[in-house]
Design a protein around this ligand. Sequence first.
Ligand SMILES: Cc1cc2nc3c(=O)[nH]c(=O)nc-3n(C[C@H](O)[C@H](O)[C@H](O)COP(=O)(O)O)c2cc1C
Length: 617
Amino acid sequence: MAKFSKATDLEIYRSKLQSAYDPNKPRICVCGGTGCNAQGSIKLVDALHAAVKKCGLDSTVEVKVTGCHGFCEKGPVVVVRPENTFYVMVKADDAQELVETTLVKKGVVDRLLYVDPASGKKVVKEQDVPFYKQQTRIILSENGHLDPTSIDDYILRGGYSALAKVLSANSPDAVIEEIKKSGLRGRGGAGFSTGRKWELARKSPGKDKYVICNADEGDPGAYMNRSELEGNPHLVLEGMIIGAYAMGANHAIIYCRAEYPLAIKQLNTGIAQAIEYGLLGKNILGTGFSLEMKIKQGAGAFVCGEETALMQSIEGKRGMPRPRPPFPAQAGVFGKPSNINNVETWANVPLILREGAASYSSVGTEGSKGTKIFSLVGKIKNTGLVEVPMGISLREIIFDMGGGIPNGKAFKAVQTGGPSGGCIPESLIDIPVDFDELYDAGSMMGSGGMIVMDEDTCMVDIARYFLGFLGDESCGKCTPCREGIKHMYNIIADVTAGEGSVEQLDLLEELAGVIKDTSLCGLGQTAANPVLSTIRYFRDEYLEHIEQKKCRAGVCKALVEYRIDAGACTGCLRCGKECPVGAITGNKKEPHSIDREKCEKCGICYEVCEQGAVVRE
Ligand SMILES: Cc1cc2nc3c(=O)[nH]c(=O)nc-3n(C[C@H](O)[C@H](O)[C@H](O)COP(=O)(O)O)c2cc1C
């Protein structure tokens, strides 16, 4: 067991690990993120171990479970290193062939290679896959290489060198100065300057101080923070320890939702290892600096991601926000000065201090430095996690990395910033992605959820959906949020039912302004964004619903009817078989018809009819 009593002990240990490490040793790296696990990577790992043994390679080949590789759409993902042969959708049954062909015969299993839909060509190497090729992976750079349960693997790759450097050579003020110089802005949503926030916490007097990691991640479709914690927990821990040193904190709390069991497991393992090595706990690296770290599991309420509600929840109270001031830096959790940052913000810290602020800030735009991780979901070919430099366009993310829209459909909009973000239309797809540009477009960066929508999405219904979510998640403490969101929801529901009026659109805009200006916390203050952005960019769709009683996407059931065009129907029976409520009748080779009383307007008949005989009107 290693226990470092000074920074040089760590460096000596790292050198030993590096000399013992053979980069040419064959390693089968299996993605162990939650997405790949759900698709069978746990069984696959067992099968790979058995296959390696059967081939007599167990002493020369390592089967390694790594963090999330990000290409969730194609999981389970396997990379055989050092050649970086890249396999997708690998099943336990493929293990024997994979090992024999790749490691015994030194060939490639053709059928498990990724096929680039744009060129139709198979791609052999990980670095040539378009999904990865265009990314700038800094925070996620080690995810496909290291074993998240091994602190040695992290140390081998430079881990904890920033902490050692800071503790031996930098004053707390110098650390804060470096973070300020880097231009790092919080990745949890508001984009506040991390260095300035740390400075406020440092200056706040008090014997006990707290640093908190916000791993609540409640946005629908977002899982960046989960993967960061699952895949490289020590990066976040190192960032928090450095931050605590800079701010003079002696307590650290990670607030992580209980629905993230793997992230919590990796964090518990990481904390225990860091304590064992003398990198956390009492007298860190013999410097006299001590930090106690705990995990608090949250019950999964969206509002508990809001910093003041989160602190209430840590204290064991109902998670509800409170007015500021006092700000957390003055009186936070248990009334003590506290600083809260998002998982990804903390993960950036060791990288900034390792490479220096100048190198870090060479990536990004004037006002937004570094990279940002997005979870790409919705109507997109390559669902997954991408890390991109700030300033890249939405088009590059959605089409070059995301592979575009499936099933030949057209792109319609992208929602950034979580449920209280905005919907950005096709006309703005070339805007650079950074905090300020997204804000100007009526949306926001948020923590990194990116939901892509195609032509079959009704933008009025989308606004209704997000308002419904926010209404359910509103804690109810302040009236504008509790009553106002409900009221806006009812108006939008009227529009989707064909019972809206143009005057109601004006009322919606007026209500949105009042709720924004008078709500207690960010939930209410931003709740109107989906409504305002869809009215701003898709007003014609609202007017169609109101004036023509028409939903062009065919989503709002009250405004849609299906009928069968007798001239086009060949009587193939397909629609009748698929209809879940038996609303379609007709004999083989004779035109069918739909019973409108029974029809639930699910649209399955429309989807499955190859003759185009089912008409939606
Ligand atoms: C309703 C609501 C939910 C939030 N959820 C999260 C969350 O899940 N994770 C997060 O880091 N920040 C979340 N925030 C933002 C936090 O209040 C806070 O600004 C953030 O944790 C600060 O960290 P940063 O400076 O590193 O961004 C949320 C804010 C609101 C209003």
